[in-house]
Design a protein around this ligand. Sequence first.
Ligand SMILES: [Mg+2]
Length: 221
Amino acid sequence: MTPEEQDRVEALARSDRPLVVCDIDEVVLEFVGPFMAFLDSHGHELRTDSFRLTGNVYFKETGEASDQATVSDFLERFFGEHDTWQKPVTGALETLAGIEDSHGADIVFLTAMPPRHHARRRALLDSHGFSHPMIATEDAKGDAVNALTRHHPGKPVVFIDDLPPNHLSVLGAVPEALGLHLMAYEPLRPHLPPMPDGVKSVADWNAAAAEIADFLENCGA
Ligand SMILES: [Mg+2]
């Protein structure tokens, strides 16, 4: 993270405005579809009949399943060029801008990727108009949300993510947060492990916008 980005994140921690913490992959940027296309370009395919990567990537020519090291290597190579593959999820940009304008909320991106890919992802987000600060970390998301709320523990928090463990982590840190489950790649939804109690699943960004507006209005924002 650049010192400038670090300063923007610090400013969010000091702010008492409502905070919207937003995942990137499958929430702001499509991930599964582009990763499938990337694998295809390397003679492999991702089968989406269950929810996992390792075990579901196959060498097309032989039908052989790739081992964990191969899948990890594909993921690392994908992140190294993800800006040529990933596109924004429909409605994300307009919805985030609307929440910012109507409720005076702070918005921050929290992405579970090695920090070494931060600059490439930052540039990709900027190119699509997503100017909000971004934290790239492999630590638990609840720890990051804790750090962002430490000066004003009572401020309203909305957390949007596609994966149950991330929701569990953030609800552990901020139990009164609104958790929204959003996942762009529809065919995988039925295969996900169950969401923690209280997390609301929404079909798209339109539905997310309504839930966030309700929640923030109830918080007086
Ligand atoms: Mg995600």
